[in-house]
Design a protein around this ligand. Structure first.
Ligand code: SF4
Length: 455
């Protein structure tokens, strides 16, 4: 998610590059809303950023205020209708909204607003804001201040009308959102790497519960929520965020290397080579190798043009994805005792195939080291992990998982060590998928597709 406002900037083009840097956060669809003060236009489609936009589409999006979004669905299916930014007409005005996260009171909101034509939580939010503006005559900031407290769960938002950009983080701050500056232009972005890529300066993280309203007078902060606290997603550090993004004052890459160092201290092993699962296992494997002294070797080769398998929406696609994505090198692996380092195991199907691939390449032993704790509980805050039964660790002990995967040994990083690697205090994080300790009430029966009328 990305947004920019300035006195004199090609906002859609800048947003395109910002989205390009954030492509890893969602690969189902991409969209940009832009305003030239008179007209608010949205262009979006299914596909990657580079597939959706080209020179001619960007040339048709003039204006110096824009927001953009890459979608990874957690509510609603992967369809054009559900792509973002969501747009609603409001007389001569209009609003557009981009949402990162997932609401936990979607069913309640749908009932209280009659649902309308909405098929996602993001549309319900847009409808509520639009209703406040049209019924109460509120401006965008006033409408947001009045309706935001009715939303529950995870929502980092970039919202705009024709003249104002607003960045919002929910009162738990589940998903990151930062503020940046490029000369006289102001930006909001899900990750600091998107600011780097467009040459902007990182100003600061927007705080949990903060709403930053940016117009021609610059940014002003508002705090529409009672008692905000920090429950930043710990999995941003493990998997979601780019290695070159900064959270809590250090790059994610540094944090992931530290996870590997702590994992090596926690679970020493006698082996010949440390092999990372590219790419998110690489920094942890580097840290592991540095502490253990077991040489780091690239034994798996990744086709870098294939998307991340975990965030593809169906199991079938995921299974197809891993075969396209990675290949083991027998010349490196044959006859070796291998420490295989990965960042996480969710459903286990990818890992099982990987282990089989390394075994086929001739490894004499495979010692799997995972730089996060077992993922046992489903996420309701923006990671589409499906039902609890689909999670490999939900009903298995670590020994049973090792048997299932066919490895000689398996060790997960302890939660305390993962938190230590971030350099922040434990109470700054949501750890629900790893600990079962949810910071909010969560729906136990709602389906991802609860707002969709036809299958
Ligand atoms: S449940 Fe897990 S993935 Fe979801 S927000 Fe919390 S830490 Fe992140």
């Amino acid at each position: 998610m990305f947004g920019v406002i300035g006195p004199d900037i090609e906002a859609a083009r800048l947003t395109y590059f910002g989205l390009f840097a954030l492509q890893h956060r969602g690969q189902e669809s991409a969209g940009i809303a832009v305003s030239d003060s008179d007209n608010l236009t949205v262009y979006k489609d299914l596909g990657l950023v580079a597939q959706v936009f080209d020179e001619s589409t960007l040339a048709g999006l003039p204006g110096s205020l824009a927001i953009g979004h890459t979608r990874y669905s957690t509510t609603g299916s992967n369809s054009w209708e559900n792509s973002q930014p969501v747009f609603r007409h409001l007389g001569s005005n209009g609003i557009a909204l981009a949402h990162n996260g997932n609401l936990t009171n979607t069913a309640h909101l749908a009932k209280s607003t009659d649902g309308g034509i909405s098929t996602t939580d993001s549309e319900l939010m847009t409808d509520a804001i639009a209703a406040s503006m049209s019924q109460d005559g509120a401006d965008l900031a006033e409408a947001l201040a009045s309706v935001l407290p009715t939303f529950e769960g995870a929502f980092s938002l970039a919202v705009m009308d024709r003249t104002t950009l607003v960045g919002v983080r929910d009162p738990y701050g589940f998903r990151p959102l930062c503020l940046g500056r490029l000369d006289e232009n102001w930006l909001v972005a899900s990750e600091t790497a998107a600011l780097d890529i467009v040459g902007a300066e990182f100003v600061r993280q927007i705080s949990p519960g903060e709403m930053v309203v940016i117009d021609e007078d610059g940014p002003k902060s508002h705090y529409p929520f009672e008692n905000p606290t920090s429950s930043l997603c710990l999995f941003e550090f493990v998997y979601f965020a780019r290695p070159d993004s900064i959270l809590f004052g250090q790059t994610i890459h540094t944090t992931r290397q530290e996870m590997g160092r702590l994992l090596a201290e926690q679970a020493p092993v006698d082996a010949d080579i440390t092999v990372p699962v590219p790419e998110s296992g690489i920094p942890a494997a580097q840290g592991f190798a540095a502490v253990s002294g077991i040489p780091y070797i690239d034994g798996l080769v990744k086709n870098r043009y294939v998307g991340r398998t975990f965030i593809e929406p169906t199991q079938t696609m995921r299974e197809r994805g891993v075969r396209m994505k990675l290949n083991a090198m027998p010349g490196v692996i044959a006859g070796k005792r291998v420490v295989l380092v990965d960042d996480s195991i969710i459903r286990g199907s990818t890992t099982k195939q990987l282990v089989a691939m390394v075994r086929e390449a001739g490894a004499s032993e495979i010692h799997l080291r995972i730089s996060s704790p077992p993922y046992r509980w489903p996420c309701f805050y923006g990671m589409d992990t499906g039902d609890r039964e689909t999670l490999l660790a939900s009903s298995r002990s670590v020994d049973e998982i090792a048997d299932h995967l066919g490895v000689d040994s398996l060790v997960y990083l302890e939660l305390e060590n993962l938190i230590e690697a971030t350099g922040a205090d434990a109470d700054a994080f949501c750890t629900a998928c790893l600990s079962g300790d949810y910071p909010t009430d969560v729906p136990t029966t709602d389906s991802k597709y609860l707002l969709e009328r036809t299958p």
